[in-house]
Design a protein around this ligand. Structure first.
Ligand code: NAP
Length: 281
C-alpha cells in the first residue's frame, strides 16, 4: 500500500475505507470485508455511531494493530477541552484500542479550540499518533493553524473531481497539512458514475469511472477513503495501483473542477444550525 508521510513523520495509507452511513448492523461485516480485501486504513467518527462495530471488526480480524490505521473524529456536541477529553477516552473504549492513529475535529463549530487542546494533550500522552481537522475551510484553517501548538497533520474535506480543493491545498502547504478526501465519488451526485470524461479516459486503461476518479486523486497526492457496503466494489476501489494516468489525462480531469461543494455550504446559517443540533448517543 502506498503511503503519505504526515507533517510529524507518521505514515498514512493513501487509500482507506470510510464508514459514514454504514449502519451499526452492517458495519462489522463491512469492515471485516474491507480488511479481507486489503484495506488497512479505516475512517470512522463519533457521529457515525459505529465506532464500536469498527472496533469489533479490527479486533476479530487478527491483523496486528500496528498494521492498521484508524481515524476517528470528535463531534460538535463533545467540543471543549473537558468534554473532548472524555469523548476521546470513550472513542478509545469503543474502538477497543490503546491508541488512535489519526484524530480529527469533525466540524469547525462550538469550542473547537478547547477540543484541539484536548487532542494535543492526547497526542502528547501517546493516545493519538496524529491530530488534525475536517471541514476547515481556508479562513478557519489558517486561524487554527496559526494559533495552535501542534500543526494539523490532516484536513479532511469534500474532495472529488468536481471540487478539487486546489486553493485549500495551497493554503495548507506552509503547515505541511495533508488533504484527505471525503466523498471521493461525491456520493454519486452530478451523475458521477456515468461521467463521460471519466468513462472515456478510464476505458483507455481498462478501468471504471470509480477507479479513474480515485486514481486521479491519489496521483494528486490526496488521501482517499471511498465507502461501499458491497465487497465487489471494495475490491474495484482497491485496484488503483496497477496503472497510472498520463499527464494529458490528468489535465483533462482537472478541467472538471467547479471548485464548489455538491453538498452544502459551511457558510450557510441553516447548515450550521442543523449540524449544531445533530445529537449523538
Ligand atoms: N469529515 C466529514 O465531514 C465527512 C463527510 C462525509 C464522508 N466522510 C468520510 O468519507 C467517506 C467516503 O465518503 P462518502 O461515504 O460520503 O461518499 P463516497 O465514498 O463518495 O460515495 C459512496 C457511494 O458511492 C457508492 N459506490 C462506492 N463504490 C462504488 C463503485 N465502485 N461503483 C459505483 N458506486 C460505488 C456507494 O454505494 P454502496 O455503498 O451501495 O456500494 C455509496 O453510495 C465516508 O464513508 C466517511 O468515512 C467524512
Amino acid at each position: 500500500m502506498e503511503t503519505v508521510k504526515l507533517n510529524n513523520g507518521v505514515k498514512m495509507p493513501i487509500l482507506g475505507y470510510g464508514v459514514y452511513q454504514v449502519t451499526p448492523k452492517e458495519c462489522e461485516r463491512c469492515v471485516w470485508d474491507a480488511i479481507s480485501v486489503g484495506y488497512r486504513s479505516i475512517d470512522t467518527a463519533q457521529a457515525y455511531q459505529n465506532e464500536e462495530e469498527v472496533g469489533n471488526a479490527i479486533r476479530k480480524s487478527g491483523v496486528p494493530r500496528e498494521e492498521l490505521f484508524i481515524t476517528t473524529k470528535v463531534w460538535i456536541s463533545n467540543a471543549g477541552q473537558e468534554n473532548a477529553k472524555a469523548s476521546i477516552e470513550e472513542s478509545l473504549r469503543k474502538l477497543q484500542t490503546s491508541y488512535i492513529d489519526l484524530l480529527l475535529i469533525h466540524q469547525p463549530f462550538n469550542d473547537y479550540y478547547g477540543t484541539y487542546r484536548a487532542m494535543e494533550e492526547a497526542y502528547k500522552a501517546g493516545k493519538v499518533r496524529a491530530i488534525g481537522v475536517s471541514n476547515f475551510y481556508p479562513d478557519r484553517f489558517i486561524d487554527l493553524a496559526e494559533n495552535c501548538e501542534i500543526k494539523p497533520a490532516v484536513n479532511q474535506m469534500e474532495t472529488h473531481v468536481f471540487n478539487q480543493q486546489v486553493k485549500l491545498q495551497e493554503v495548507m502547504k506552509p503547515y505541511g497539512t495533508q488533504l484527505m478526501a471525503w466523498g471521493p465519488f461525491a456520493e454519486g451526485r452530478n451523475d458521477f458514475f456515468t461521467n463521460e470524461t471519466l468513462r472515456m479516459i478510464g476505458r483507455k486503461y481498462g478501468k471504471s469511472v470509480a477507479q479513474t476518479a480515485l486514481r486521479f486523486l491519489i496521483q494528486c497526492g490526496v488521501v482517499v477513503i471511498p465507502k461501499s457496503t458491497h465487497k465487489e466494489r471494495m475490491i474495484e476501489n482497491f485496484q488503483i495501483f496497477d496503472f497510472s494516468l498520463s499527464q494529458e489525462d490528468m489535465d483533462e480531469i482537472a478541467k472538471l473542477d467547479k471548485a464548489e461543494s455538491l453538498f452544502f455550504s459551511h457558510y450557510d446559517p441553516e447548515t450550521v444550525k442543523s449540524l449544531m443540533t445533530y445529537k449523538i448517543d
